[in-house]
Design a protein around this ligand. Structure first.
Ligand SMILES: NC(=O)c1ccc[n+]([C@@H]2O[C@H](COP(=O)([O-])OP(=O)(O)OC[C@H]3O[C@@H](n4cnc5c(N)ncnc54)[C@H](OP(=O)(O)O)[C@@H]3O)[C@@H](O)[C@H]2O)c1
Length: 288
């Protein structure tokens, strides 16, 4: 399955963030497509189970051609919110019935016949590979989901699921400021097993915090902006894209200019030493 290299994350398009109107969503859908961002990342829970439906209604009026887009969604988190007041505690449900019901609800909300990719949102201590495989198999046979994957899974958790069914992607938290996946074997595992790596929160905490570490990073980025004729957020994405795991960043911005900038980062190839300069600015010390 081919997803655009940059994926548009929709977590904050609705009530969990910018509360975009239908017109504003249509504008962003078309803007993404015009800039080559054709993959849209969803989850059943976004906006307390409301954002998929808002996006779906905007998509239906956008005039966009479904077959040239990729819709990703996630299932499994039973969220405590207004719409799930009957839950006693936030938990994960990977029963066959729940996975299927969640995927079918995503299809209805997104106004689409199929999902390109369905992810298990978070690993559950109680998940059973055989049960998950049965749900995936039924959804695939019925043409409702084309490919399956996981999110926030470790290599051993992926092994557990892969013993029963194919896992084609893992969406993990990965950025300059959260780069443990480089060291703990997660990205090596994905490359070795030909599993698509996707990175959520690809800008990390750079625009969210003002610590000594962040000031160090921003000073380094600032020194490189002129050389690459790029903004700080573009350099952060370019740093991530340089990794050989062919990571697809899931960007969270709702800002049209930043979406355009993000799409352009695929053309930025950081020099080897610049990649390490940026890493060192984050770590605060040179590599061993
Ligand atoms: N699988 C999972 O468990 C999981 C978990 C979390 C998220 N996700 C997915 O990942 C997507 C992205 O997550 P994220 O929103 O944390 O990603 P992000 O792209 O790292 O962060 C986006 C945030 O940074 C701001 N921003 C971007 N560029 C900026 C700049 N130059 N200066 C200042 N602020 C800037 C954006 O504000 P503006 O909108 O104003 O630009 C937005 O609030 C989500 O939408 C969701 O689809 C998945």
């Amino acid at each position: 399955m081919n997803y655009s290299k940059i994926i548009a994350g929709t977590m904050t398009w609705g009530v969990w963030g910018k509360k975009l109107s239908k017109t504003e969503m249509i504008k962003r859908i078309n803007h993404c497509i015009e800039n080559g961002i054709t993959a849209f990342d969803h989850a059943d829970i976004y906006g307390d189970y409301t954002t998929e439906a808002e996006f779906g209604s905007a998509f239906a009026e956008s005039g966009a051609n479904r077959s040239s887009l990729q819709f990703i969604s996630k299932c499994g988190i039973q969220y405590l919110g207004k719409t799930r007041h009957y839950n006693k505690v936030k938990h994960y449900d990977y029963s066959k019935a729940y996975i299927i019901a969640s995927a079918e609800a995503s299809l209805k909300h997104l106004k689409t016949e199929y999902l390109d990719l369905l992810l298990l949102h978070r690993p559950s201590p109680l998940m059973e590979a055989e049960v998950i495989a049965e749900a995936f198999s039924q959804l695939k046979k019925q043409g409702k989901v084309r490919a399956f994957g996981v999110s926030n899974f470790t290599p051993s958790q992926m092994d557990l699921i892969r013993k029963e069914t194919e896992v084609s992607a893992n969406q993990i938290e990965f950025s300059l400021t959260q780069h443990t996946a480089i060291h703990d074997g997660t990205l090596d595992y994905l490359t070795t097993n030909n599993i698509q790596a996707m990175a959520w929160s690809p800008l990390g905490t750079v625009f969210k915090e003002d610590t000594e570490q962040i000031r160090r990073i921003r000073k380094q980025l600032d020194e490189l902006t002129h050389k690459y004729n790029a903004t700080e957020d573009q350099l952060l994405l370019a740093w991530l894209l340089k990794h050989p795991a062919a990571i697809h960043p899931v960007i969270g911005t709702t800002n049209l200019d930043r979406m355009t900038n993000a799409a352009k980062t695929v053309a930025i190839d950081l020099d080897l030493e610049d990649w390490f300069l940026i890493l060192v600015s984050c770590q605060g010390h040179k590599v061993p």
